[in-house]
Ligand binder design. Sequence first.
Ligand code: ZN
Length: 251
Amino acid sequence: MKKYVVRTDMEGASGIVSYEQAEPGSREYAEGRRYFMSDLRALVYGLRDGGADEILLYDEHYYGRNIELDDLPACVHVFAGKSPYQKDWAGGLTRDCTGLILLGFHAKAGSSGCLLNHSYSLDICDIEINGRSVGEIGNEAAIAGELGVPLVMMTGDSAGVREAEMLVPGVAAVPVKESLSEFGALCRPVNETQKEIYAMARAVASQGSRAVPFCIPGPITMKIHRTGKETVICRGDTVLECWAQYLKEYA
Ligand SMILES: [Zn+2]
């Protein structure tokens, strides 16, 4: 049984170079969403054609209402509306999952000069887990890692891809645009990035991955540094427990 959990973000989707293109309600959102869905459809059809039995999508961008439910294969289920992580619920990730996939991700906050760099919300300037600085890619990979699930694939801009490859050697990464500055990138037609995402996803599902789970052993101290606000410190046995605590009390 091949089961994948895909967490979806928008800033790292093909063609997106501004927050306006990824902000629900903004004039440019429809365009950004079209690019995002192009990437996402390519991914899920690639996984399915590679033999995936079950694909769980978790929409983690803004309100969690970005994924269009039209034209997706039957093996897909979507966590919409952003139900928060719980100490004992990792957004659909369980020990029997074959892999975690991050679609549309980007470099962490403080990656100076990197396209749309941030870590979850714009007020977070750094997240430290047991002294190690991570962004969204590292945090999500660590939550999967403590369940024994590796980050097998990611798509994003070139800086996000570099960050994922540093954390998880062997991750199958598709750079959909080349980061040139905080609000500029060299982009490619979505019909081209779509082909690459499809082919990579299909290969990952059919051939497997050599990526190993990214683990930060507990006990965990997580420090969330925020611009102009006090640092939040969460302690627990797992990264999941700490992050769930932060989401409950501060997000
Ligand atoms: Zn993000």
